[in-house]
Ligand binder design. Structure first.
Ligand code: GDP
Ligand code: GDP
Length: 492
């Protein structure tokens, strides 16, 4: 099939400009083999790690140190090998305890890794007890690593509940190897390292970073194809999969609900969610339209991008472009912060009518109605296809991937603040006296992009101000068509 390849250069930050001793320290701890090194490597990416030997009580232990980059966070990360030696020897206060304690003393946060697939082991309990004893002054974040397969087998909640019993608060599931869940780690670390970000916000050292975090957008895209019965969802899926390697099949021990479909598109793994409904083609009897809403609602939560399929012929015939059920799905997708791509299928049935009013109406009516029912997001992509003829497959996939990339986008704080200064001078304030003072503006989260305006003084941003900021962000950074959130917070 036709492959679209975009080559993007990823300029790197000049980390020599950041003094490592200025950075807050995060230490990775856990028993052997939980993936500390894997997480360490992901956090420092391709950058150099310093390895130094720390002699302690005649034992030499390696501690790796590096500068971690996670969204707009920069911190010093230590991969502590000392603690695991103690835990594996079974004696908590072994010869290396002194050394590890020193590492903990320098740290602000301990990231405590456990293996999500193994579940909580006695050795993890040992590490937990050790941390409680020696790291009571620092914040511990529990990470369930190797969680990539658990996302899809539905066993993640069990593992999370178990890890919760360690008593360090809400655990984070991620996969150091694939990058899945790194956003959640960011969300957990950011409040703990925030003061540094604030200081960093005024530095211009990330001058030449690309706006999108390209690695983050490489994690498997979870796609839901939704729509009322008979609009052509299955046909469309087959058209998409035709030329790709497909993995279909119930995995041992899983219910039909967990059937997993994944495929590769331009080197990117795509997981399909909401598979139960349409995969079973023998089940010909179909429920009423309401059934598909209920199903979709459940699955929307797991999807990154929702592809809503409409039927062009129905639109041509009907007075209303979208049925109630379709409006509900579209709105809910956006409210849940998902990316949305609208697909108008069966366009072949209008063939021969290209110049007719009906045809022109269909082309115009759908984008217009989408805009009407979801006024908060402009530019939601609409693609016209004929799944039966296999036409539009590339356009559909391109829109889905593009929407996903925007949804994953991260804008560096320094860049946002330069942008803010410019944009605020464009904004016409109603009342100069009531003009809010934005001290700085930062993206706290991706998937979907979420921003916080930190305000000094009493004046708050009005809804009009927020709409203005949202619109400007979308235009200036080309992130239209996806939900974007902006909130405000006061700082002293
Ligand atoms: P450490 O001893 O805690 O530093 O663990 P390593 O980083 O050396 O990882 C131990 C093993 O787990 C290696 O074989 C890694 O490839 C594997 N591993 C690490 N992270 C992941 C992950 O997210 N998923 C999976 N499936 N394996 C992982
Ligand atoms: P689903 O219930 O949404 O999965 O819909 P199906 O994929 O089963 O399609 C329902 C009917 O519409 C089938 O008879 C398909 O052959 C037909 N269909 C699907 N896509 C197209 C299309 O692009 N053009 C035409 N003319 N028919 C289509």
């Amino acid at each position: 099939g036709q492959k679209i390849t975009k080559s993007k250069s990823v300029p790197s930050i000049d980390f020599t400009k950041i003094r490592i001793d200025k950075l807050p320290t995060v230490v990775l701890v856990g028993r052997p083999n939980v993936g500390k090194s894997a997480l360490f490597n992901r956090l420092i990416r391709r950058r150099e790690a310093l390895v130094y030997n720390t002699p302690n009580d005649h034992v030499t232990r390696d501690v790796r140190e590096g500068v971690a980059k996670l969204g707009d966070l920069r911190f010093r990360v230590l991969d502590s090998a000392g603690l695991e030696a103690e835990a594996s020897s079974g004696s908590v206060l072994s010869r290396t305890a002194g050394m590890t304690k020193k590492v903990l003393e320098q740290s602000r946060v301990a990231v405590f890794l456990i293996d999500a697939r193994d579940g909580l082991q006695p050795m993890d309990q040992d590490v937990g007890r050790w941390l409680r004893k020696h790291a009571s002054g620092i914040k511990t974040v529990v990470v369930l690593n190797k969680a990539e397969s658990l996302y899809f087998t539905g066993t993640l909640p069990v593992a999370v509940r178990e890890a919760y019993t360690l008593g360090f608060g809400e655990p984070i599931a991620l996969s150091a190897e694939t990058g899945l869940g790194m956003t959640e780690l960011y969300d957990a670390l950011r409040p703990l390292l925030e003061d540094f970000v604030l200081q960093y916000a005024n530095d211009d050292i990330d001058e030449d970073t690309t706006p999108s975090d390209t690695e983050e957008s490489k994690v498997p895209l979870q796609l839901a194809i939704v729509g009322r019965p008979n609009v052509g969802k299955s046909t469309l899926l087959n058209a998409i999969l035709q030329e790709d390697r497909v993995l279909v099949g119930p995995e041992a021990g899983l219910t039909r609900d967990s059937i997993r479909v994944e495929f590769e598109y331009e080197g990117r793994t795509i997981y399909l969610v909401d598979t139960a409904g349409w995969l079973d083609r023998t089940k010909k009897e179909r429920g009423p339209a309401t059934l598909s809403i209920v199903q979709s609602r459940k699955h929307l939560m797991r999807a990154h991008v929702v592809a809503l399929v409409l039927d062009a012929e129905e639109i041509a015939k009907a007075r209303r472009t979208m049925k109630h059920a379709e409006v509900v799905i579209a709105r809910r997708a956006i409210e849940e912060g998902r990316g949305l791509v609208v697909i108008v299928n069966k366009i072949d049935l209008l063939r021969g009518n290209e110049n007719s009013k009906i045809y022109q109406n269909v082309l115009k009516a759908v984008p217009e109605e989408i805009q009407t029912v979801i006024p908060q997001v402009t530019g939601i992509p609409v693609v016209f296809v004929s799944a039966l003829e296999g036409k539009g497959r590339i356009a559909v996939m391109r829109q889905i991937v593009e929407t996903y990339e925007k949804w994953c986008m991260r804008l560096p704080t320094a860049r946002l603040n330069r942008w803010l200064r410019k944009v605020m001078s464009r904004h016409s304030w109603k009342d100069q006296a009531a003009q809010p003072k934005i001290k700085y503006f930062t993206q706290v989260k991706a998937r979907p992009p979420t921003f916080v305006a930190f305000l000094s003084g009493k004046n708050q941003l009005s809804e009009t101000d927020i709409r203005f900021l949202t619109r400007s962000l979308k235009e200036d950074f080309d992130i239209g068509g996806i939900p974007i959130r902006i909130t405000q917070r006061s700082v002293l």
